[in-house]
Design a protein around this ligand. Structure first.
Ligand code: NAP
Length: 522
C-alpha cells in the first residue's frame, strides 16, 4: 500500500522509493510512504493563499462547527482506526483509545469552546489602558489570526491525538494546517485525513498532509507561519536553530522528551489508599502504550524507609502485565513501535544499569503471548533501582522510551523536590499524599520545573484522569528539556496562532473595536 500526500487539494504520490512502515508485532511490511520530489513550497503557499482567507472568512463559531463535523466524521470510522492502531502501532484497545478517542475528544472540546467565542473574527483582551491625562486617548489589545500556515510536525507515538490536538486549535483560530506525522506510524493519520477530506468539511487549502519526507520544511516557513513540533529534543534543537527559522523569527513551539517523575509522600504508608493509588498509577504508566508516552513516569521517588515495600508492590503489579500480540485479550502490553525504538530502549537500559540495579525485567528472554521475539519489537516492563540518586546523572538524563522506570529513595522532602527538578525541566510530576500541607509544599516546589503537577489523595482516587493523560482544559508542555513549549489549556492555546497588537486610539474607537471582537475573560 502506498500512502499518498494531500497537497494543493490533490492526493499525490511521492516520487522516490519512500520509507517502509511495519507491523511491530510481526515485523511484516504494511505500507510505504514518501513525499520526495513534490513541490512543498507550492503546497504551503496554496494553504496560505486559499485555506487561510477561507477559514478567516468564517466566524469562530462557524469554525467550531467544522471541528464538530470532523469529530463526527472520525467517530463514524472508529473501528477502522482501532484496527490500524493495532497493525501499525501494536496498540492494545486501551492504547488505541488514548490516541484515537483522545484526538476526537480534543476536537469536540475545542468545538465546544469555539461556539462560545461566537460570531466574531478576532479576539480582544478586556479593559482599556489609559495612556494620557486626557481620558479620550487610550490603548487596547486585540488578537488577530496570523496570515500564514501552521506546520505541525508530530512524533510517532500519537498519530491521531498529535494530529488533532494541534489541528483543532489552529483551525479554530482561522489558520490552515500542514500536517507532517512521523513516518513510522503515518497510516492512521493518513486514513483519518482521507476521511475528513472525503467528508468535504473544510475549505480548500485548510488541511494538507505529507506522509514521509518534509526535510526541507524549515527552509520554506515564513514569519507569518507557526511551527508546532513534537518529538525528540535533538530534532527540536536542530529545527529550531535552522537559519531561516531564526532569521524570520518563525513562531516555534516545542514539545520534547521528558524524564517525568511520580513522588510518594512521606506519609503514604503501605496500608494507605495513597500508596495503593501510587502503585496502580506507576504500573499503568509503565505499561500503557508500552511506556511510549512523552508523559510516562520514568523516575519513581519514594521515602527511603518505604523503598523495599514499593519495589515489592511494583514487582507484583508488573508481573501481572502480559506482554505480546494485543489481538489476544489477555495481553495488556504490546511492542514498541519500531525496531530502532526497541534497539534504543535496550541501549538505554544498559546505560541506566551503569547507575542502577535491575529489580525486575531487563532481560531479552521473557515470556511473550502469541508473538515471536525474533520478529516483534518487544521489551519487557523493566524496573530499576538507583541507590544514590542525588549523585547520579544518567538516571536523570536518559529517557528510555519504553516500559522502563527507576526507583529512587529520598531522605527528606527537600531532596525529593530537588530530584524531581533533576529532569532538567519536565512535562509532569504526580504526588501521592494524604498530607494536605505536604501537597501544597510539593506543588509549589515542583511547579517551577514542570508544566503540570498532579496531586492525588484518596478523595480523588476514583476520579483523577491519570498522570499521563493530557486533558485539553489544562496546558501541556514543560520548561527546559521538555522543550519550553505550551499547548492546549483551553483558550490559552489560541494565542500561539494569533498576533497580539496594541491599538492606541480614542476611547470611542476602541469601544467599537471591542464590540466587534470576542472579549476574552482572562
Ligand atoms: P523525532 O525523531 O524527533 O521525530 C519527530 C518528528 O520530526 C517526526 O515527524 C520526524 O519525521 C520529524 N523530523 C525529523 N527530522 C526532521 C527534519 N529534519 N525536518 C522535518 N521533520 C523532521 O522523534 P520521535 O522518535 O518520532 O518521537 C519520540 C520522542 O518524542 C520521545 O523523545 C518523546 O519523549 C517525544 N514526545 C514528546 C511529546 C510531548 O508532547 N512533549 C509527545 C510525544 C513524544 P520522520 O518520522 O519522517 O523521521
Amino acid at each position: 500500500m502506498q500512502l499518498l500526500n494531500y497537497l494543493c487539494g490533490e492526493w499525490v504520490a511521492g516520487k522516490g522509493p519512500g520509507t517502509l512502515l511495519y507491523n511491530p508485532v510481526t515485523g511484516a511490511e504494511i505500507a510505504r510512504a514518501g513525499s520526495e520530489g513534490l513541490d512543498l513550497a507550492a503546497a504551503l503557499q496554496f494553504g496560505r493563499e486559499r485555506g487561510g482567507p477561507a477559514l478567516r472568512a468564517l466566524s469562530y463559531a462557524e469554525r467550531a462547527n467544522r471541528l464538530h463535523a470532523i469529530a463526527d466524521a472520525l467517530s463514524a470510522q472508529r473501528d477502522k482506526y482501532y484496527q490500524i492502531a493495532l497493525e501499525n502501532s501494536g496498540n492494545t484497545k486501551t492504547d488505541a483509545a488514548l490516541d484515537i478517542d483522545g484526538g476526537i475528544g480534543t476536537l469536540k472540546y475545542y468545538a465546544g469552546l469555539g461556539k462560545q467565542l461566537g460570531e466574531a473574527r478576532y479576539l480582544a483582551e478586556p479593559g482599556l489602558e489609559r495612556l494620557a491625562r486626557d481620558e479620550a486617548f487610550q490603548g487596547a489589545h486585540i488578537l488577530t489570526p496570523i496570515q500564514g500556515i501552521a506546520v505541525h510536525i508530530n512524533a510517532f507515538n500519537f498519530p491521531s491525538w498529535g494530529l488533532w490536538e494541534k489541528a483543532a486549535v489552529a483551525l479554530l483560530s482561522g489558520v490552515p494546517v500542514f500536517a507532517k506525522p512521523a513516518t513510522a506510524t503515518a497510516l492512521l493519520s493518513y486514513e483519518m485525513v482521507r476521511d475528513v477530506i472525503a467528508a468535504d468539511i473544510l475549505p480548500a487549502g485548510a488541511l494538507s498532509l505529507i506522509c514521509g519526507g518534509g526535510r526541507e520544511l524549515m527552509d520554506l516557513v515564513t514569519a507569518q507561519d507557526a511551527v508546532a513540533f513534537t518529538g525528540s529534543a535533538d530534532t527540536a534543537a536542530s529545527l529550531r536553530a535552522h537559519p531561516n527559522v531564526i532569521r524570520s523569527n518563525v513562531r516555534f513551539n516545542v514539545e520534547a522528551d521528558s524524564l517525568n517523575s511520580a513522588l510518594l509522600g512521606p506519609d503514604a504508608a503501605p496500608d494507605s489508599p495513597e500508596f495503593q493509588l501510587f502503585i496502580k498509577e506507576v504500573v499503568r504508566e509503565m505499561s500503557v502504550k508500552a511506556g511510549q508516552k512523552c508523559t510516562a513516569i520514568r523516575r519513581i521517588l519514594v521515602p527511603a524507609a518505604l523503598q523495599s515495600k514499593v519495589e515489592e508492590a511494583l514487582r507484583e503489579g508488573l508481573a501481572g502485565v502480559a506482554v505480546g500480540d494485543p489481538r489476544n485479550e489477555r495481553v495488556r502490553m504490546g511492542p514498541l513501535v519500531t525496531r530502532s525504538q526497541q534497539q534504543a530502549a535496550w541501549e538505554g537500559i544498559e546505560r541506566l544499569k551503569t547507575e542502577a540495579a535491575v529489580v525486575c525485567g531487563g532481560e531479552r528472554a521473557f515470556e511473550l503471548v502469541d508473538a515471536d521475539p525474533a520478529r516483534g519489537y518487544f521489551v519487557p516492563p523493566t524496573l530499576l533501582r538507583c541507590a544514590d540518586p542525588s549523585s547520579s546523572r544518567v538516571v536523570h538524563e536518559v529517557e528510555v522510551f519504553g516500559p522502563v522506570a527507576t526507583v529512587m529513595p529520598y531522605a527528606d522532602a527537600e531532596q525529593a523536590f530537588a530530584l524531581a527538578a533533576r529532569g532538567g525541566g519536565s512535562l509532569v510530576t504526580s504526588v501521592f499524599t494524604g498530607d494536605g500541607d505536604f501537597a501544597i509544599r510539593a506543588a509549589v516546589a515542583i511547579a517551577p520545573t514542570h508544566g503540570r503537577v498532579l496531586v492525588v489523595d484518596k478523595s480523588i482516587g476514583g476520579s483523577h484522569t491519570g498522570h499521563g493523560v493530557v486533558m485539553p482544559h489544562c496546558i501541556h508542555g514543560g520548561p527546559g528539556r521538555a522543550g519550553g513549549g505550551e499547548e492546549l489549556g483551553g483558550l490559552r492555546a489560541l494565542r500561539f496562532y494569533h498576533q497580539r497588537s496594541a491599538i492606541q486610539a480614542s476611547a470611542g474607537c476602541l469601544k467599537r473595536l471591542q464590540e466587534t471582537a470576542t472579549v476574552l475573560v482572562s
